[in-house]
Design a protein around this ligand. Structure first.
Ligand code: PGA
Length: 250
């Protein structure tokens, strides 16, 4: 079974609800009738309900950029799985490198969030990736395998079906430096092999692995035309409707 690609927009801390709505209104006609790939938008939490409403009737999904692992509680500033679902969102990013870097998110926290997402039927996009110094030291494979081993701890093969992985080399995020297709394919193969070891061949074969890190309209095809690359997680170039639409329609 071929894997259906997912092309996702990570808007980070950009766009008010009005700006998010304007994006969707401009974007929908640009991708009307596009069925080859799934499309998901990850706006800021204050725009989530607006985006859910704006994409209604289309095949476009909406999700959070970050979700807490607890059901509820005294966690100031956080958003729960129940809250995500209550506004009609379906996806969440987990362990984005900016969360890891600026908010001390660890692999153990990623694992807890993954369990919570699966329990609530939310599609998790788990982000992994190496820093430049790790790549230069030849540690890319070790870093990815460790991140995955801890992230998947206690997850069964049956429960793992909805999981999406995003391979995002930290040095490529927001820097304009993209991994070459060869580098991305090699990392994706490492990820798929590691998931096969943890959860079996069948899960690994069906697993969608996205590439993220300075994806732009002009490099989208080079990356996503590779059989190993099942879509993209796009930051900067997803902020404008025409640029994100060009990536979707590479
Ligand atoms: P970028 O961000 O496309 O701006 O490099 C990707 C991401 O952070 O998901």
């Amino acid at each position: 079974m071929p894997r259906k690609s997912l092309i996702a927009a990570n808007w980070k801390m950009y766009k008010t609800p009005a700006e998010s709505k304007a994006f969707v209104e401009a974007f929908l006609p640009l991708v009307a009738g596009h069925t080859r790939d799934e499309i998901a938008l990850f706006p800021s939490v204050t725009s989530l309900a607006t985006v859910v409403e704006a994409v209604k009737g289309s095949a476009i999904a909406a999700g959070l950029q970050n979700m807490h692992f607890a059901e509820e509680g005294a966690y100031t500033g956080e958003t729960s799985a129940t809250m995500l679902k209550a506004v009609g969102a379906t996806h969440t990013l987990i362990g984005h490198s900016e969360r890891r870097q600026y908010f001390n998110e660890t692999d153990v926290i990623v694992n807890k969030k993954l369990h919570t997402a699966l329990k609530h039927g939310i599609i998790p996009v788990v982000c992994v990736g190496e820093h430049l110094h790790e790549r230069e030291a030849g540690l890319t494979s070790d870093v990815l395998c460790t991140q995955l081993k801890i992230a998947f701890e206690g997850v069964s093969a049956e429960a793992a079906t909805p999981i999406v992985i995003a391979y995002e080399p930290v040095w490529a995020i927001g820097t304009g430096k993209t991994a070459t297709p060869e580098m991305a394919v090699e990392a994706h193969k490492t990820i798929r092999n590691q998931v096969a070891e943890i959860l079996g061949e069948e899960v690994a074969e069906a697993l969608r692995i996205l590439y993220g890190g300075s994806v732009k309209p002009d490099n989208a095809c080079d990356l996503m035309c590779q059989a190993e690359i099942d879509g993209a997680l796009v930051g900067g170039a997803s902020l404008k409707p025409d640029s994100f639409a060009a990536i979707v329609k590479y």
